[in-house]
Design a protein around this ligand. Structure first.
Ligand SMILES: [Zn+2]
Length: 261
């Protein structure tokens, strides 16, 4: 039997239905046609990191387990570019003035780069070698140092600095460049220093089960320097300690600290 509904009512129900049944839909761009037996629409669906335009015919009334409620449809998320345009307006800017026209797209592209660490698939493959495979068993401490950039999850501003990672191998040795890649991976998220050190150390621990491992990350936090207490160039340090280093066995923690200071 045909139902008499106003297009606006159907549109609300389509939005509600899609948002409830299809979590990857983040925005309905255009409802192009409504009829009493089906709804034809074009929507934008998040596919990986990109929005994909999808055309769909949806039978109406919908076959759902629960009756469609009359509650307000959930608020639809914005895409990145309109989000940044809103931010520009919010801080008092005109997103359409010449200097800012390309800024939203540029910011979205930058976010894709600096927040790439949410993609599980991006976790670097950890090349490891059997300790002693070439006839020499390495029992001493190995240390890798480098720099990193991350963003504080409380203010979304950068914190950045140097890391020093040390481990005493057991059966496995990790490829030297892999440590910095793992540091980069977990840094490319909104973070707090305390969690970041643990995620890095535990990921490597899981892979190579060393006798012990230790990581110090010393960073300047812009949320502490450019705002709030405004303490310029006052690094904040976090440490994660596992295995031998916990009990300073054979003075390994002392040795590490002497070698990295
Ligand atoms: Zn902060």
């Amino acid at each position: 039997m045909k139902r008499k509904e106003k297009p606006g009512v159907i549109q609300d129900r389509v939005l509600h239905f899609l948002l409830r049944t299809n979590k990857s839909v983040s925005e309905i761009a255009l409802l192009s046609d409504c009829s009493v037996s089906f709804v034809r629409l074009t929507m934008r669906r998040l596919k990986g990191d990109y929005f994909q335009r999808v055309k769909m015919h949806i039978p109406f009334p919908f076959k759902t387990k629960q009756p469609v409620s009359n509650a307000q449809p959930p608020k639809i998320q914005s895409d990145g570019v309109s989000l940044v345009r809103d931010v520009l307006r919010y801080i008092g800017e005109d997103p359409d003035r010449p200097g800012l026209q390309d800024t939203p797209a540029r910011v979205v592209a930058m976010w894709k780069e600096v927040f790439r660490g949410y993609e599980e698939a991006e976790l670097p493959k950890m090349t490891k070698f059997q300790n002693g495979a070439d006839g020499i068993i390495y029992n001493e401490m190995l240390i890798d140092t480098g720099y990193f950039f991350s963003h504080c999850e409380h203010h979304m501003v950068p914190f950045f600095g140097e890391y020093s990672y040390g481990y005493i191998p057991d059966k496995w040795i990790i490829g030297a460049s892999k440590i910095s890649r793992i540091v980069d991976h977990f840094s490319a998220r909104l973070q707090v220093a305390e969690r970041l050190v643990c995620q890095i150390v535990d990921t490597i621990e899981k892979e190579i089960q060393p006798k012990g491992s230790i990581l110090i990350m010393k960073a300047r936090h812009l949320c502490k320097e450019m705002r709030g207490v405004k303490k310029y160039n006052t690094p904040f340090e976090a440490i994660a300690v596992r295995g031998y280093f916990l009990h300073n066995i054979n003075h390994c923690k002392d040795e590490f600290l002497t070698r990295v200071r």
